[in-house]
Design a protein around this ligand. Structure first.
Ligand code: M6R
Length: 596
């Protein structure tokens, strides 16, 4: 994911090392390009940028020697335009008077670039960060000052972003926030701004948080805030940050797992923007469509996403796809594989040995290798014939949460594209995810008590909620050390029902289309004294028969299974913490499994 950092000082000085350090601190987000711009007192600008890693590009382009009174650095993670020197940020405006960089997605970038070119501006790249600069240039060149030009640009730029921009003839930088993070840091003679608090903390602990729809005007040692809506000044005092660097990286949450659970609305929104803007999706979908056999290959959580992906592909595109655990792929289907087949290999890390082993054999048999991967530059990403990124940023907690969500969102999106359905309705999903988290989180503590005394339990689903039940069970096992078995709800009566005794907890994930079947399963448990915990939309049948009902917002059969994973993630997290475990780093487990 992109990151930005800007700094304003009161005298010409060596800013290159400061900007390079800030870029290193932003690099945990994942990126493919890096750039620095410094503004000199004589109104010249030094702009150096390229694709590559911070240390390599910094040493090749000599960032260390860059001096100035103001500076901007940006890490780019490609959405609009391939990773390249020209698409790297920061960007100049047409005549080199404005320099800026952004973080986020400008969703009307393609339309804007055409407009800017038609208006006579020099558009050099495909990148939406450049559109932010031209959007300001458009008004600045008509005689408006910087603040007014940025206010007007805000109306032109659609999407979620933050950007920082400066004019050669001034001693200020300007930053604006809309949907993406933005924080200002202050010392007596320096002011900096960044997409990330942790990138500022080594410089100062006096910070000011910028809200959506606000412009920050940065001068050395001071900042003014202006509201975009009416141009009025805003008064807000800086705060002193006392938390450690690690706590700051956790963004105020006690654990990365909880932070990452709460990042899900945002990462889903960003992924949808990315896929809508991607020129790679059409070819990717075409390969899936033309496949003789379509396999969805992964391990663990990523495999559960493949299972739900197969449900979506059948439902929305009429396409049968085979979800398969990676180590079983060759063992089971190896003899049947051929060049007409396509494998979609799915992985958070892109380094899971089981997945790469399967990929290598499949490739030998001529299978077209597609991938969905989170970690940029990973082996799976670079070796696949085609790759779509999951766009979650780093997932630090060992239990996968936000990457599972985006794997499922990616499959849903691909299935809709393959089936010829408009994808606009998917933008409702991030809002529903947010609403679900708010709605269910207060109800989790009561359920935590139901699970705590037990060493084992079950999590049951049916149809589209079956993969969710498996994933919920995996989350519970992984971080609580309670044995939780995920199962098709109808299978429970074929044996496991014997486990039920007084107050024995069984979790059901009910899809809105399968309520009667789920109710049968609930009654089989409750009439034997078991405690049934139901996750589903409000329904009198579920309420009347279940013991506890965790209510999901009404969203229908496509979205409801996705929302169903959220209470299970929260429940696993809470039980883990209540038992005194560290959910971020469960015993015996590793985030990336590079062994057989
Ligand atoms: O990086 P991958 O998605 O390939 O990893 C696969 C599994 O190891 C992983 O999903 C694992 O099951 C998770 N830690 C579960 O939360």
């Amino acid at each position: 994911m992109c990151g930005i950092f800007g700094i304003v000082t009161n005298r010409e000085q060596g800013l290159g090392p400061v900007l390079t350090d800030a870029a290193r601190r932003l690099s945990y987000r994942g990126y493919d390009s890096v750039g620095c711009a410094t503004f000199h007192a004589d109104h010249s600008v030094d702009l150096r940028k390229d694709k590559g890693k911070v240390d390599e590009v910094a040493s090749r382009l000599g960032f260390a020697e860059m001096t100035g009174t103001r500076g901007i650095t940006q890490l780019r993670w490609a959405t609009f335009g391939t990773p390249s020197t020209i698409n790297a940020q920061p960007h100049f405006d047409s005549d080199g008077d404005l320099v800026g960089a952004h973080n986020g997605n400008v969703v009307n970038n393609v339309e804007l670039r055409l407009q800017f070119a038609a208006e006579g501006m020099t558009v050099r790249s495909e990148n939406d960060g450049e559109s932010c600069v031209h959007a300001v240039e458009r008004w600045f060149d008509r005689g408006f000052d910087m603040v007014e030009s940025i206010r007007r640009a805000y109306g032109d730029l659609q999407g979620d972003y933050a950007f920082v921009i400066g004019h050669v003839g001034e001693d200020k930088l300007y930053a604006i926030k809309k949907g993406s993070g933005l924080v200002v840091g202050l010392t007596d003679d320096t002011t900096c701004v960044s997409s990330d608090l942790p990138s500022i903390l080594p410089l100062t602990r006096r910070i000011l948080r910028i809200h959506d729809g606000e412009i920050a005007i940065l001068s050395p040692g001071s900042v003014e805030l202006v509201r975009v809506a009416d141009g009025e000044a805003i008064q807000r005092d800086p705060e002193e940050i006392v938390e450690t660097m690690e706590a700051a990286q956790k963004g105020g949450y006690p654990h990365f797992m909880l932070k990452e659970i709460h990042e899900q609305p945002q990462v889903a929104r960003e992924l949808l923007h990315l896929l809508d803007a991607s020129v790679d999706v059409a070819g990717y979908v075409e390969k899936m469509r033309k496949a003789r056999h379509l396999y969805l290959v992964a391990c663990g959580t990523s495999y559960h996403a493949c299972m739900l992906g197969a449900v979506y592909l059948a439902r929305l595109a009429g396409r049968a796809a085979v979800p398969v655990l990676a180590p079983q792929f060759i063992a089971q289907y190896g003899p049947a594989l051929g060049p007409e087949d396509v494998g979609v290999f799915v992985s958070q890390s892109g380094e899971t040995k089981d997945v790469l082993n399967a990929l290598n054999v499949a490739r030998e048999r001529g299978v077209e290798v597609l991938s969905l991967v989170n970690v940029i530059g990973s082996t799976l990403m670079v070796t696949a014939d085609r790759c779509l990124p999951l766009a979650c940023g780093y997932e630090i907690s060992v239990p996968a949460t936000k990457t599972f969500l985006n794997q499922v969102v990616a499959f849903l999106y691909l299935a809709m594209r393959m089936g010829g359905h408009p994808t606009a309705m998917l933008y409702d999903l991030p809002r529903l995810i947010e609403a679900t988290l708010q709605q269910v989180e207060p109800q989790i503590p009561a359920l935590e008590q139901a699970l705590l005394p037990w060493h084992d339990t079950y999590c049951l689903g049916y149809g589209a909620t079956y993969p969710i039940a498996l994933e919920g069970a995996l989350k519970l096992k992984e971080v609580t050390y309670i044995h939780c078995e995920g199962m098709l709800s109808t299978e429970f009566k074929h044996g496991p029902l014997s486990a039920v005794s007084d107050a024995y907890p069984v979790i059901f994930v009910a899809g809105p289309e399968n309520v009667p079947l789920i109710v049968s399963g609930i009654n089989e448990v409750s009439c034997r004294g078991g405690r049934t915990i139901i996750i589903g939309e409000e329904d009198p049948r579920l309420r009347a028969n279940g013991h506890d009902l965790l209510v999901l917002p009404k969203s229908g059969p496509l979205f409801s299974p996705i929302l169903g994973i959220l209470p299970l993630q929260l429940l696993a997290y809470r039980v883990s913490v209540a038992k005194g475990f560290d959910p971020d780093f469960p015993r015996n487990l590793s985030k990336t499994l590079t062994v057989d």
